[in-house]
Design a protein around this ligand. Structure first.
Ligand SMILES: NC(=O)c1ccc[n+]([C@@H]2O[C@H](COP(=O)([O-])OP(=O)(O)OC[C@H]3O[C@@H](n4cnc5c(N)ncnc54)[C@H](OP(=O)(O)O)[C@@H]3O)[C@@H](O)[C@H]2O)c1
Length: 197
């Protein structure tokens, strides 16, 4: 998809890779929706981006993606925005043995890494299909390809295969798959259109 004038949602935009996505998209997008828990960081980023790109609209959606209610509220809000690019970037990792991992942290990982991604994809995909324009980028981890003993439980929830299933593989939409196996996977529902059967 040509990203010029896109309207993008970036989860985990308050730091790291998500913040960099925002910086790189800012000169091309018309709208960026920044999602994370730390509002102060998102506001700081908005100030920076708008100073460099005065025509850019930046909305902040402070959301804890490990909280189902907040995630569903975000998903509902976003269905009213003309989003054509979803970057599922927010992720939570861990170290050590899964067998001794803190169960609450494990639940947080599953919620952020898998369920929130699924909810946002489900919320935004219908508009992308209807407007025949859209892209979804799921940031994953090469750790998902390394079945090591004492593996980090985030590998279970950041597996590329799981994140791939957040979009339909077949059906009446033309879905183009982008780069994979690079630690990140990209998929585009670009110019999706009704199939003639
Ligand atoms: N950096 C790497 O080497 C590497 C390698 C492989 C994969 N990845 C993947 O790349 C993605 C970004 O990594 P990163 O290194 O940029 O991470 P990071 O610097 O730790 O940033 C994580 C981002 O996710 C957000 N986040 C975490 N928990 C959240 C929650 N409950 N609700 C909402 N937002 C939440 C954080 O924002 P708040 O704390 O403000 O909420 C932050 O903006 C992750 O999915 C990660 O697994 C990174």
């Amino acid at each position: 998809m040509n990203l010029d004038n896109c309207s993008a949602v970036i989860t985990g935009a308050s730091a790291g890779i998500g913040r960099e996505f925002a910086r790189q998209l800012a000169s091309r997008a018309k709208l960026l929706v920044l999602v994370a828990r730390r509002r102060d960081r998102l506001e700081q980023l908005r100030t920076e981006l708008v100073a460099r790109n005065p025509a850019l609209l930046v909305n902040i959606r402070q959301t804890d993606l490990s909280n189902l209610e907040q995630t569903m509220q975000l998903a509902a809000l976003l269905t009213n925005e003309p989003i054509d690019f979803l970057i599922n970037n927010a992720g939570v990792g861990d170290h050590g043995s899964f067998a001794t991992a803190d169960p609450i942290h494990v639940n947080e990982q599953v919620q952020v890494n898998a369920l929130a991604l699924t909810a946002l994809t489900r919320a935004l995909l219908p508009r992308m299909i209807a407007q025949k324009r859209g892209a979804i980028l799921n940031v994953s981890s090469s750790a998902g390809f390394l079945p090591l003993p004492r593996s980090d439980p985030c590998r279970d929830t950041q597996l590329r295969d799981y994140r791939d299933r957040a979009l339909p593989r077949s059906g009446p939409y033309r879905i183009r798959r982008g780069r994979e196996s690079t630690g990140a996977s990209t998929k585009a529902a670009e110019q999706s259109r009704a199939c003639c059967g």
